[in-house]
Design a protein around this ligand. Sequence first.
Ligand SMILES: [Zn+2]
Length: 184
Amino acid sequence: MTQTLVERVTGQQFAEDTNVEVHLVMDAETFTGQDTGEPVDLTGYGPISPSVADDIIAGAPNAWIRRLLVDPVDGTLIVREPRRRHFDTTTASHIRARDQRCRQPGCDLKIRHHDHIHAHIDGGESTVANGQGLCTRSHTLKHVPGWTVTAQGRDTIWQTPTGHTYISKPPPLLPKDQPHHLRQ
Ligand SMILES: [Zn+2]
């Protein structure tokens, strides 16, 4: 369904290496990851549910997604999200295998997005070192003014609007406190 929607709007298919840009128009609550159930507007198509919008963002390997935040009163544009580039499949798989769950400290949701810690538009590279796995909520939160996220080696440092700093480390893939038994 997701692919059909985007194909209908763009005339392009995900599988092709194209520079498709998909615009998703949403209110502030949806933009910041609060699940209001308010529909998102897929430009050129019409209203879709936020979960379908999530699927479009998560499942578009070669599409550019740009979220547009509109004023709740008059519907005019407030924030136009910087263009973001997607990681190639190999890099994305590495990030997903390394991070396991969302990397925002305190969040343990499933990874839905591969985020450029240093934004691609500001020169951030599409590399494992500059990537982190995030859930949809944490991904939108990271782009809200006041939040700062930086990479330090394999750690990411999250600074909240209230000035608190949290360090996120990738989890160990093998538990340290259990002996590993090799199969004979
Ligand atoms: Zn999260």
